[in-house]
Design a protein around this ligand. Sequence first.
Ligand code: PMV
Length: 347
Amino acid sequence: MNNKHRWTSPSNIAIVKYWGKLPGQFPMNPSLSFTLSSCHTDTEVEWNGHPLNDDRRFVFYFDGHERPDFAPKLEQFFGFLDGEMPWLKECFPVIRSSNTFPHSSGIASSASAMSALALCLVTRERELFPDRFPDDTSFWQRCSSIARVGSGSACRSLYPIASLWGKTPAVPESNDHYGIPFAKNLHPLFHELRDYIFVVNASGKSVSSSAGHALMAGHPYREARIAQAHKNLEAVVGCLASGDWTGFSRISEEEALSLHALMMSSQPWYLLLEGASLKLLQAIRRLRESHDLPVCFTIDAGPNIHMLFPASCEQAVEDWIAAEAPDYRGPDQLIRDRAGKGPVARV
Ligand code: PMV
């Protein structure tokens, strides 16, 4: 039995957004995302790593420093897992984590963090109870379902290129419990998808995603949103299969703007986009219309703008950034990411 497990796991960017949840961390609507590559979390769990007279359930280090401020979210996660993984109560994990990108800035750091942690926990579980994991599929489904409990979007970070979570008639094997792999349903155009993240503001979010999801419960547009997400999910599945970039762009932008419109029309309302975010949205639209380039945007729960495009226009986009977006040249302002291969086990 290994006394340490370590995984790196990527963030993901949703094209059809999960927004609003039901008890048990189930989604109000189905969602579909691309798995990222550069934006990832590296997590090591050392088992029985802290003294037995320490009454904490775990110790958490981020970037080498103990971070009690992350404890409440982890306490909640471990609390949810009491029924699912009773063996965890005897294991006293010391968790050491680091990110390649700023946390809590709307670059879905909870997705990479919770999926990396879930991978470590389920790897331990597989060593303890090998009979419960007859094949690889059962391992990945279990990881996704445990990651979901930590952060809904995290259940979509487990697979190469793309993942789908939530029941939709468009994909018979889809379900609300765990994300499923989606790469084999993609036209080659999307395998090399680029996601350039323009970091408008890397500081923490003013309103957490959890608070945002909660506001959907009594939202005046709740039913319309659920219907919109289902319609967009079904349509995007077709676009991804056929390589219809125009249809994909329209859905990606509609979903991003709807997400933020839902935040602005919540009670109480809130606003995560900034002036610079809006300028980028206009600039991306101009670039598409005036240069006839297949670029579009999506936005997560934050002010940063994700510009999506096929690999074939990388040079044209680089030229445009050099000429038109001088504020976004440094590595802290622009993260050049792409669809990625999914989590990696480390020794
Ligand atoms: O996983 P959470 O609870 O952080 O929610 C994430 C929700 C969005 O990032 C806004 C959309 C999504 O589907 O990833």
